[in-house]
Design a protein around this ligand. Structure first.
Ligand SMILES: Nc1ncnc2c1ncn2[C@@H]1O[C@H](COP(=O)(O)OP(=O)(O)OP(=O)(O)O)[C@@H](O)[C@H]1O
Length: 303
């Protein structure tokens, strides 16, 4: 069992601050690193994998520093976001070459074991260039697992996958964690993280914004103010009814209808149809106006 520890970690590229004072601990099981594009997830993962030096702070595993410490590299496997660039190699050749790079005592046996773990033994003699997206992800995973590390880091592993490949990879990641590994994967898709991770760390604009199980993160998200765009048979009267209730903080009459800011999501969504019916107003359209992940993230940052 291994534990990754980040203490006040920052990383900058010239004057771009990619990661800013992040402290977190990642233990066994599946952890999701959630954040919008450009939040600093890859930078964090590369520092945890020993590929990148922190500009400030410490990144460690089981009490040992990771950067420039080859003795701990055996404990970490990293599956990068980029496609494997060795399309001319067969899957087996690629995984074997990784086993040799790790100077394993029996690289061929290690490669077979890793190929078996990701269920790629049958397709292992085909060139990587002929693989589907899901197969490429599996072969990258086999190469990251060839030295049987207790820590597995995956950068945006589901990008570009179809739903079936996504489910297969989720099963595989769960299996890796069930075997006692510390597995961390990054994603910008909340539902993906929710389905797979038992613990979530949220990163926004380089900063650590929230942490907890998916219920805690969901709660943060439903507790935030919600904007709704509403059209009805009598917008002016509906505005007066809504603003009289505590669940609503603001109502604006626009050229197309109403913009409503609800502060109590559950109460508001049950009040709205009731209030409209009582006042004999017909609701023509109710749509969430700010459900993008970006707006959820910006709320978390501000809180
Ligand atoms: N080598 C680099 N030189 C300069 N800036 C960089 C470099 N690598 C990353 N950045 C910047 O650092 C910030 C964080 O990037 P990073 O790739 O870590 O984010 P991310 O959350 O992984 O995003 P994505 O999912 O889009 O890859 C971004 O503003 C990015 O432009």
């Amino acid at each position: 069992m291994s534990v990754l520890e980040l203490r006040d970690v920052s990383r900058w590229y010239g004057n771009v601050v990619a990661v800013n004072g992040v402290t977190m601990t990642v233990g066994p099981g599946v952890t999701g690193l959630l954040g919008p594009n450009g939040a600093g997830k890859s930078t964090l993962i590369h520092m945890m994998g020993g590929f990148l030096a922190p500009s400030n702070g410490q990144v460690g595993i089981d009490g040992q520093r990771i950067w420039k410490n080859p003795s701990v590299y055996r404990h970490i496997g990293l599956v990068p976001e980029r496609e494997a660039a060795y399309d001319f190699l067969s899957g087996r050749q690629f995984v074997r070459s990784m086993a040799k790079l790790h100077k394993l005592s029996d690289p061929d046996a290690a490669a077979e074991r890793a190929l078996g773990m990701v269920e790629m033994a049958a397709a292992a003699d085909r060139a990587i260039g002929t693989y589907s997206k899901g197969m490429k992800q599996r072969i990258k995973m086999a190469s990251a697992l060839v030295h049987d590390p207790p820590v597995l880091l995956l950068d945006e592993p589901f990008n570009g996958m179809d739903p079936r490949q996504r489910l297969q990879l989720m099963d595989l990641i769960r299996k890796m964690a069930a075997e006692g590994r510390t597995v961390l994967f990054s994603s910008h898709i909340l539902e993906e993280v929710e389905r797979l991770a038992h613990h979530i760390e949220v990163i926004i604009a380089g900063r650590h914004a929230a942490s907890g199980d998916f219920r805690a993160i969901r709660r943060l998200m439903t507790d935030r103010p919600h904007m709704f765009a509403i059209r009805s048979s009598d917008d002016r009267r509906l505005a007066a009814v809504l603003i009289a209730d505590d669940s609503t903080r603001g109502v604006e009459l626009t050229s197309t209808g109403l913009q409503v800011e609800a502060v109590d999501f559950l109460r508001f969504t049950s009040l709205l149809p009731q209030a409209a019916r009582t006042a004999d107003i017909r609701l023509l359209e109710v749509s969430p106006a700010d459900e993008s992940l970006e707006s959820v993230f910006s709320y978390l940052v501000a809180s």
